[in-house]
Each structure stands twice: as C-alpha cells, then as structure tokens.
Design a protein around this ligand. Sequence first.
Ligand code: EPU
Length: 420
Amino acid sequence: MERLVIEGGRSLRGEVEINGAKNAAVAILPAAILASENKCLIDNIPDIEDVHCLERILKGLGCSVNKIDRNTLEIDATTIASVDACTEDVRRMRASYYFIGALLARFKEAKVDLPGGCPIGVRPIDQHIKGFEALGADVTIEHGAVRVKAENLKGANIFFDVVSVGATINVMIAATLAEGTTVLENVAKEPHVVDVANFLNSMGADVKGAGTDVIRIKGVDSLKGCNYSVIPDQIEAGTFMIAAVATEGDVLVKNVIPKHLESISAKLIEMGAKVEEGDDSVRVYVEGPLKGVNIKTAPYPGFPTDVQQPMSTLLSSVAGRSIITESIWESRHKHIDELKKMGANIKVEGRTAIIDGVKKLTGAITKATDLRAGAAMVIAGLIAEGKTEILSIEHIDRGYPHIEEKFKALGAQITRIETE
Ligand code: EPU
C-alpha cells in the first residue's frame, strides 16, 4: 500500500506534458481484438493501472501483447483463443465492458463478468444491452456475467434513452462487423467517442458522424490491425489547469487539443484566471483575485463530470459562494467530507454542493474515495497549509500516470511512500 505526502503552499510553475486519454485508450485496447489480420501498434497510451488491467485481460483471451515502451503497445489479436473474460481484472474496472461489444462483433459470442469501476453512482448497462439486442444478440446475465450470443449480427436503428459514453462506444464497436447499416441516435459526443471511431476506421471500419448526435456504421466483412495514436487526455489536462489556478501558479499544459478544453477554460476565465490557447497547449495563470462560479456538469461539450471534483477543491478556497450541480453521477460528492477535514466550508444537498470559499485549507490525513476524488485531494494538499497525507491512492493510479512525478516537476513538494 502506498500513500502520497504533500507539503502544501507552493505555486506550480513550468510545463507539463499531458498523456493519452484514459477513456479513449480503455476502449481502443479491447477494440483491438477486432483485427483478425495484422497487429495493432498503438501509441500515446497512458501508463496507468486500468491499462495494465486491460493488458492482462487481453493476454488472458490469448492475444499477444508486446510493450514497446511506457506508452506503446503492439497487440496481435489473430491468436485469440477464448471468448470468456471472467476474471478479477474484468470485475475491477469499468471499461472491461467493451470486451462484450468487441467479442460479440468478431466471434458472435462472449461471456464477460459485469464490470466494476469507481463508486460514483448506480452504473447500469441497460443501454449497452438494448443495443446488442437490437443488433440481433441474445443477452443474458447469469452468475454475475453477461453472456451474449448471435447467429448473425444485423444493422439496426437504435435510439439511446440516455446519453451514454460507454453504450455509444460499445454498440459502435459491435456494429462494425454487422451485416448492413446501423444508425445510433442520441449518442455521446465526447472526444474519446470520436477517437475510438477514428481507430475503428483505421482498422477498415466504416463509421461516420462520431462527434455529432447520430453515428452511422456500415458493417464490413473484417478488420485489420493498424498504427494508431491515442488523443491527449482532456481530463488530465483539466486537472493540471485547475491545479495551476488553485496554487496561483503559471503552467504551460502541453500536448492537448485546446478545443476539447473549452468548457473548462471558460469556467476558469469566468473565475478570473488567465487561459491562453496555443496550437497544442494552454497556458494557465493567475493575475488578480478570483471569484466563485456556478457549475453544472453535462455531456460533452458541457462541463465534464470528471473534472467536477478537482474543481470543487479549487472553489473551496476562492472567495464567495459557488454551486456545483452534478447531473451525471448521483454520488460524486464523496470527496467533500475529505475536503471538510481540511477546513472547507461545503454543504451537500443531493446532487448539489454549495461551497463557501475559505481563506485557507489546512493539511490533514485524507483518502481518495475514487479516481477523480483522488485528484481533488492532491490539489487540496497542494494548496493547504502544512502536511497532507492521501491514502487509498490506488484509485488515483488507475487513471493518472505518475501523478507525483508530474506535480514534482512543476515545483510541488509531493512524495509517494510505502505505508503499512
Ligand atoms: N447510463 C444508463 N444506462 C446505461 C449506461 C449509462 O442509465 O446503460 C447512465 C449512467 O448511470 C449515467 C449516465 O448514463 O448516469 C452516463 O453514463 P455513461 O455511460 O456515459 O458513463 P460510463 O460509460 O460508465 C464514462 C467514463 C466515466 C465518465 C462518464 C461520463 C469510461 C471508462 N468511463 O463512464 O469516467 O464519468 O463516461 O462522461 O469511459 C472517470 O474517468 O473518472 C470516469 C468515471
């Protein structure tokens, strides 16, 4: 077990390089098993625990996975030997549900344990199942595993009841090898949805419209391996932008797509921070006082739920009242109790956090209650007076590559230490 120890009170200054997007990579790796010919060479993959988990699951299915370097994997799925993904790794993480769509597409059957993931609310997969069934699959849930089987997958028109990143990507993956055309409506438009569509097209799929409300997939006979580079992580970038403002620093956040960060940049600017966009970077700094703002999370291009928690830390020490309404996940305010241990003045009412900014936070022993909550606590430690310890950092390692190295390079005093 490890924990992070932070001595707060230093402004972050310098440059930070953002890694590839976790939520794109965790769909692209399972989708790589669609290649019945040639290998996939995928780079800009973040070096995080969720990716390590997927590597193990791929190997368990019989794929050969070759780590070329920290951020590049070569996957040969021509050797795949099983359609059964029922392991502890599958149950631990959310994105393992993409193996259902990928195995169903290529082998017309799969048995995959139900996924785990962060405890941020009820996380049903009914929309995934609705999509698979519309394509002609029989879907059953037995002993905690999803079984899918089809004689043949046939293109269909599917209107999702809720906008879901996971269901959009999963059904898009499943439809790539179906007979005829599939039309998905009311889909998610997140940058990682577009990235997965681009990856599928690089393999020879025919997917159009990703990034809009309607995606059209013309089924093809087979898909091949390809070379692909994952897009930069919008959420990791947002986390560093927020940390720069929270510590009243000056940080150049590099290797980003500024367009993907617009909703975050707009809120920081509304608070009084400075955000300067470059071609593939944003410089974030503070000049003058900041003020509280109201935020409501929404599917892309709205304000991302995944940076809501880091934002609440920043707002906890900004003068005035801020209100954050979480509209995607009903239990994504669990970190607030941890922030309160550090002196934050926040009241949670249902999905809403009412934050009255305090002059300073003070260091305390805290824990990461989930992935983004962990990032929120790191930022809290960076701005607090004195020492903060963060426990349960395995949540952070699932999604942020080498977080302490990156913050240290920006001048933070942060150390990872072994704990009992
Ligand atoms: N939903 C349903 N039925 C479904 C699927 C979703 O009702 O079949 C509901 C959910 O309960 C939720 C909403 O739809 O209220 C949106 O869920 P979505 O399916 O979009 O979420 P997800 O695919 O489970 C991904 C990310 C999350 C991110 C959300 C929203 C991955 C692996 N996870 O989850 O990322 O919060 O989209 O953008 O891509 C994170 O990175 O920290 C994280 C939690």
